[in-house]
Design a protein around this ligand. Structure first.
Ligand code: ZN
Length: 142
């Protein structure tokens, strides 16, 4: 197990801009408040979405495009450092007009209709993503 202790820092709540990319807006919100490590939650709605599923054999994300309005039932993730910048890793559940849900790794291409964000900063050791050979993923270097 690779784990380190952190403590709670500042808390931010706010609204993300209509028409902008959800993933990059989460990262921008964190960057604007100088949050480099934390937990993030978002609820709201999107115009369309792109979610991913990590193909272990191909060692890449298969992207799934959902070209319709969807509710963000839940988006939860974390903030840490990758390539010397704040990177959000977020998983989403999205609901359609029939009540069906889609879930996956949030990718660029998800366009905000209205979104409310909660950011919990955590304070402690540097938490950085580096390439992990066994999985092919950028994982935390602890
Ligand atoms: Zn993921």
């Amino acid at each position: 197990m690779q784990i380190k202790e952190f403590s709670k820092g500042r808390i931010f709540m706010g609204r993300l801009p209509k028409g902008k990319d959800l993933l990059s807006s989460i990262e921008e919100a964190a960057r604007n408040q100088n949050v480099i490590t934390g937990r993030v939650e978002v609820i709201g709605a999107v115009e369309k979405a792109v979610i991913g599923f990590y193909d272990k054999k191909e060692r890449s994300y298969k992207s799934i495009s959902l070209d319709k309005p969807l509710e963000i039932i839940q988006a939860v993730g974390n903030l840490s450092i990758k390539d010397n910048d704040v990177k959000a890793h977020v998983h989403v559940s999205l609901g359609d007009s029939e009540g069906y849900t889609y879930s996956g790794h949030l990718m660029e291409g998800t366009v905000i209709f209205a979104s409310e964000i909660y950011i919990q900063e955590v304070v402690g050791p540097k938490l950085e993503r580096t390439f992990d050979e066994p999985t092919g993923l950028p994982l935390w270097e602890i």
